[in-house]
Design a protein around this ligand. Structure first.
Ligand code: UT7
Length: 333
């Protein structure tokens, strides 16, 4: 812990983990009435990874992604001050971050979960940034991880073809403010549309005979795809523009556009609205499907490993999804 002062923050390492089991669109068409042609043309997805091993959960993927980020820079896990796990598919409703803290040996870290679906990673990074910039913490591990395969109705073709399981992690470290790489952010929620995308808790009809209270269970993912699509294509460009405007930047200054990997048509429509050319768009959706909170750090780790990003590149990151919540971060790499 450090004393109160304004600090910069930068991403110093990345990691990711995916299950080994690949399920192609052709395989999906043996489960529900669909086709590779429908899935690929509507979404850009070719295959997804599913966590099929008995007893494995989001914690296992998140731990693997975290260890990769830690080992890439030979960091001592005990120097991590805070772990933020963005997930909407925890294996413990009280939170899964503390299990990861134990598994990676981050004995000095506070650990907690954030539930914000596909915007969770962006909100996690912004939260980490607050703790770093006010001088509270120096090293923060932010993980985006989801195993929505456990929450999907595998007989519902309108949702089950979309999702895949994965985890991605970044380590964010304080730095002098002139080296600050998180330049600006913007976050928004419109709860009026919460029902468009949810994993709702449903109460049983019969109450407890003595206490008269109702218990229940969580349902499957339900989504009004058309409405979520329209929301993403209209709100995400506005969020990005407001962030760039505040930095006196234009879309011409953007080197990379990294959006939540939900649908290739959404990604390209947003890029087109912003006049950002397709060769600046980061996309790995075809291989993994929509991995919810994991999609942004998973794609980021991939381009970092491929050495595609150069020092000082401007990266625009934007997440959107259930809530409905959306947000942008502008980074200088
Ligand atoms: O990560 C959180 C954010 N989520 C998103 O961003 C998702 C945003 N929405 C979408 O990506 C798209 O809305 C979808 C890909 C989910 C759906 O695409 P769409 O073009 O909006 O299709 P639709 O839901 O309007 O369905 C069109 C037709 C329907 O048939 P009819 O009524 O026209 O006869 C559906 O029953 O396609 C049918 N359909 C399918 N057909 C074959 C729906 N799912 C499938 C399927 N295979 N898997």
């Amino acid at each position: 812990m450090k004393s109160c002062m304004v600090q910069g923050a930068k991403i110093i390492s990345t990691g990711s983990a995916t299950p080994s089991v690949k399920v192609s669109n052709e395989q999906m068409s043996s489960i529900v009435d669909t086709s590779d042609e429908w899935i690929f043309t509507r979404t850009g997805i070719k295959e997804r990874r599913l966590l099929t091993k008995y007893g494995q959960s989001v914690t296992d993927l998140a731990t693997r992604a975290s260890l990769q980020a830690i080992n890439n820079i030979s960091m001592d896990p005990s120097s991590i001050d805070l772990i933020i796990l963005a997930t909407s598919s925890p294996n413990d409703l009280f939170g899964s971050a503390s299990k990861i803290q134990y598994e990676i040996g981050a004995v000095n870290a506070l650990a907690f979960d954030i539930t914000a679906a596909c915007s969770g990673f962006v909100i996690g990074v912004v939260t980490a940034f607050q703790f770093i910039s006010n001088g509270t913490y120096e090293n923060v591990l932010v993980i985006g991880a989801d195993v929505l395969s456990k929450w999907v109705d595998w007989s519902d073709r309108s949702t089950c073809i979309l999702f895949g399981d994965a985890a991605g992690a970044v380590i964010i470290q304080s730095c002098s403010s002139n080296l600050n790489s998180i330049l600006n952010f913007h976050l928004s929620t419109d709860g009026n549309y919460a029902d468009h995308l949810s994993i709702a808790y449903k109460e049983q009809l019969d109450p407890h005979p003595i206490l008269n209270l109702y218990q229940g269970s969580f349902q499957y993912v339900s989504m009004n795809g058309k409405e979520v699509y329209k929301f993403a294509v209209s709100q995400v460009p506005l969020s990005i523009m407001s962030c760039l405007d505040k930095l006196n930047m234009s879309t011409e200054d953007v080197d990379w556009l990294l959006l939540h990997q939900a649908n290739e048509r959404i990604i390209m429509a947003v890029a087109e609205k912003l006049s950002i050319s397709s060769n600046k768009v980061i996309s790995n959706l075809s291989k993994y499907g929509n991995t919810s909170a994991a999609s942004i750090p998973l794609a980021l780790n991939e381009v970092v490993e491929l050495n595609q990003i150069s020092r000082n590149d401007i990266i625009v990151i934007a997440g959107f999804g259930a809530g409905l919540t959306w947000g942008t971060i502008i980074l200088r790499w």
